[in-house]
Design a binder for this molecule. Structure first.
Ligand SMILES: [Fe+2]
Length: 301
């Protein structure tokens, strides 16, 4: 009797996708080949296979509208950054992209130029400002910045049951000269959620779960590619060992300490505050998806 080899199993599975639509056939075929090659490489045991299934099951159980453990896996394994890097091969001069992360919540409130995003006190105020422009230097009016960040308790509003939903997030439009500004708080390093399967993997591997201090931004503008990025505090801890590998040196910015008697102190601010200048350079192209105000701006111009 002929014996069945592992290679024959792989070929049989790959062949089962022959009738699938082209792209799906390509993806499923490559997935099976790599998955089987991975199992062969490490000589995966049935016990290790069971542990992986248990971990995936726990990942599903802990995931809900407020907790996305699957994205956390992708982030902690560097897949999110890798996919972003191959999808956004942006030209030199354009602001670099980085991960979306698991804490983005769509439909943040639209706020006025310079408005605060903190719904409650805590942390050092940070005036974030700059200009959105095209790679050719032209300012971009009516671009939309969608910003979110953590507070001095290290948490995003979605992680904190008692925080108002709109705490530390908002959308802002650029003015005619491409400028934008908002009053956030100086971000602090935080740990990615470590009470689930991803945290257990990090602990087992001797990795820490910290991310350096940053503010998230998505920038959308008609006629430009959507940019998902961060502003990193250039003095933060963990810039060299971000748990999700999202740091790019070009995204580091200086948070400048300002005195309360500084003539530029924003109206709502008392005590020491910080300012951080962050210009954003977009690449001409199509936005990922239409955004609120996009069509309206076109019609009324
Ligand atoms: Fe974050």
């Amino acid at each position: 009797m002929l014996r069945t080899t592992p290679e024959e199993i792989t070929e049989r599975v790959v062949a089962s996708f022959e009738t699938a639509p082209e792209r799906l056939r390509e993806i499923m075929g490559a997935l099976v080949r790599h998955l089987h090659a991975f199992a062969a490489d490490v000589a995966l045991t049935p016990e290790e296979w069971s542990a992986a299934i248990a971990s995936l099951t726990a990942t599903g159980r802990i995931t809900d509208e407020r907790r996305q453990e699957f994205i956390l896996w992708s982030d902690a394994l560097g897949l999110s950054m890798f996919v972003d890097a191959i999808a956004h091969d942006l030209p030199v001069g354009a602001t670099e992209s980085t991960v979306l992360g698991p804490f983005f919540v769509p439909n943040s409130p639209l706020r006025e130029y310079g408005a605060g995003i903190a719904a409650r006190a805590g942390g050092d105020p940070a005036w974030v400002y700059g200009r959105v422009r095209s790679i050719d230097g032209q300012p971009i009016a009516d671009a939309e910045l969608d910003v979110w960040q953590n507070g001095d308790d290290r948490l995003y509003a979605v992680q904190s049951p008692d925080a108002p939903e709109e705490h530390l997030r908002g959308r802002f439009k650029t003015r005619a000269d491409g400028t934008y500004a908002f009053l956030g708080v100086r971000p602090v390093p935080y740990q990615i959620p470590s009470d689930g399967p991803v945290g257990r993997m990090l602990a087992a591997c001797g990795r820490h779960s910290w991310r350096p201090a940053h503010i998230h931004l998505i920038v959308r503008a008609t006629g430009y590619r959507t940019l998902t990025t961060h502003v990193f505090d250039s003095t933060s801890e963990y810039l060299d060992s971000d748990a999700v590998f999202a740091v790019k040196p070009s995204l580091l910015r200086t948070f400048v300490a300002r005195r309360p008697d500084d003539p530029e102190t924003p109206a709502a601010v008392e005590g020491v505050w910080y300012s951080v200048e962050n210009d954003l350079v977009l690449t001409p192209g199509e936005p990922d998806e239409p955004f609120e105000g996009d069509a309206i701006d076109q019609d009324t111009r």
